[in-house]
Design a protein around this ligand. Structure first.
Ligand code: GLU
Length: 474
């Protein structure tokens, strides 16, 4: 049975990197008919917050990444909050103590800090020096009864090497004597990440650990813990990091990194999902994938080894593409409140027509507001260069005058009929259609870019059109 997990620490919003880890796990589970588990790693009491926890749920829900086991829904391997598993962690730490694979350490933070400084003076990597490795029982009892704070450290085999076999990267070997006796239970009784992660992954029967390659250095420590318990480690797949366009690791500096911030900016979840899936994974040279296709085509073999680069232009391109694909009703629902808020116009039928006319021009949903301005107000600016080019001409006055006269009479006022008026006029004047359309578009919208002219005229309606043709600043 394939069982994978997403194990975020609730210390902030769900950012792009976390969402990508969640997505790859989710896709792998869905592709393999396995289970996707959500486990909240909230043992860092100082940094974990309920707010961040909710932000993670919100991000996952927005992307449609549903979990089969985890918070809110439970499952057979719970609890799914690590802080509710403390007894389990402590019990396993006691097992290692009993087997002499772990030991109590009473070194104070000050003492450790001092040693770290000395090591760095000697230009050595800071490692625990093993001072408490062989404390006699009597001394431990004495220090305990004196109320001295203690941690539990893992007794690391000091020889040999640990090999990490990875489904994405080449295998990597780590010399055990370069690792140190790391802490597994802190002085407050909480487990450290490496320890809780191993105990929980094992008890939750996780088959594959798919996570960012920033965790690669933790993996040998985790493998050594599996060996100490006599457990079979899961398979590991470390996915490459995500960089900004400047090739620095993606961070807040590159703009929004939280997934929900993208939702607020007007990206569609399907565009985001598609885009995130392509950050470090590919299938031939395909760019656009529906959710179903991603599930069908996802494999760990398709995960790249080199870092992925976050490219907002590409994300925008995808978003525009999805805006053109979604159901009109959904697009209208997304745009309507923005337009009502911006222009105070509550004419729902009118709003619908405007949104559909602008659909091809939207990159982000809120783009609809500035693009729709001329539909809702006469108070728009005219493009000065366009005025020079299309109003200051021999024919402009006559064109607008004739259009006004003919449109005033037109029945019914619909785009097919409107089109005929333009075509006839172009023919009569023996000019290209553009010669007629450009000054008209400028008069009605203030710019030379707008949805198709005949749609715009029909939607604006006779009265507004006539008024604007009259008041055009020729
Ligand atoms: N809580 C860890 C993190 O958020 C999980 C790492 C892992 O997947 O093992 O980075």
């Amino acid at each position: 049975m394939i069982r994978v997990r997403f194990a975020p620490s609730p210390t902030g919003a769900l950012h792009i990197g976390g969402a990508r880890t969640a997505l790859f796990n989710w896709l792998y589970a869905r592709n393999q008919g396995g289970q996707f588990i959500l486990r909240i790693e909230d043992t860092d009491q100082e940094r974990s917050t309920l707010e961040a926890n909710h932000a993670i749920f919100r991000g996952l829900e927005w992307l449609g990444l549903d979990w089969d086991e985890g918070p809110n829904i439970g499952g057979n391997y719970g609890p799914y909050y690590q802080t509710q598993r403390l007894e389990i962690h402590q019990k396993h730490a006691r097992q290692l103590l009993d087997e002499d694979k772990a030991y109590y350490c009473f070194c104070t933070p000050e003492e450790l800090d001092e040693k770290r400084k000395e090591a760095s003076k000697r230009k050595e990597a800071p490692r625990y020096d093993g001072k408490c490795r062989k404390l006699p029982d009597a001394e431990i009892k004495m220090l305990e009864s004196a109320g001295r704070p203690k941690v539990i450290r893992f007794r690391l085999p000091a020889v040999g090497e640990t090999v990490v076999h990875d489904l994405v990267r080449d295998k990597a070997s780590f010399q055990n004597d370069l690792l140190d006796d790391f802490v597994i239970i802190k002085s407050d009784g909480f487990p450290t990440y490496n320890f809780a992660c191993v105990v929980d992954d094992h008890l939750m029967e996780i088959s594959h650990v798919i996570r960012g390659d920033d965790h690669l250095s933790n993996t040998p420590r985790q493998i050594l813990l599996y060996q100490a318990f006599g457990w079979k480690p899961p398979k590991f797949a470390h996915i490459p990091m995500i960089l900004g366009k400047d090739k620095a690791r993606l961070s807040k500096r590159h703009g929004a990194t939280s997934v929900i911030a993208y939702s607020d900016m007007g990206y569609l979840p399907e565009a985001m999902l598609n885009y995130i899936a392509r950050l470090g994974w590919g299938f031939k040279d395909q760019e656009v994938f529906s959710r179903g296709e991603l599930i069908q085509k996802f494999s760990l073999k398709g995960v790249t080894r080199s870092p992925a680069v976050f490219d907002t232009d590409k994300l925008n391109w995808l978003n525009g593409k999805y805006i053109r694909q979604i159901l009109p009703e959904r697009l209208i629902d997304l745009c309507e409140p923005l337009l009502i808020e911006a222009y105070g116009n509550h004419d729902v039928e009118y709003i619908k027509k405007v949104v559909l006319a602008l659909r091809d021009r939207l990159v982000l949903i809120p783009d609809v507001v500035p693009l729709a301005k001329f539909f809702f107000t006469d108070d728009f600016e005219y493009d000065q260069n366009a005025i020079e080019k299309h109003f200051k001409t021999e024919h402009a006055g006559k064109i607008l005058e004739t259009l006004k006269a003919r449109l005033a009479q037109l029945e019914p006022f619909i785009k097919d009929k409107i089109e005929l008026i333009f075509k006839e006029l172009a023919k009569e004047m023996d000019v290209k259609l553009g010669v007629i359309i450009h000054p008209c578009r400028l008069a009605l919208t203030g710019t030379l870019e707008s949805p198709p002219m005949y749609d715009v005229i029909e939607i604006l309606g006779r009265e507004k059109v006539i008024n604007r043709l009259v008041k055009a600043p020729l």
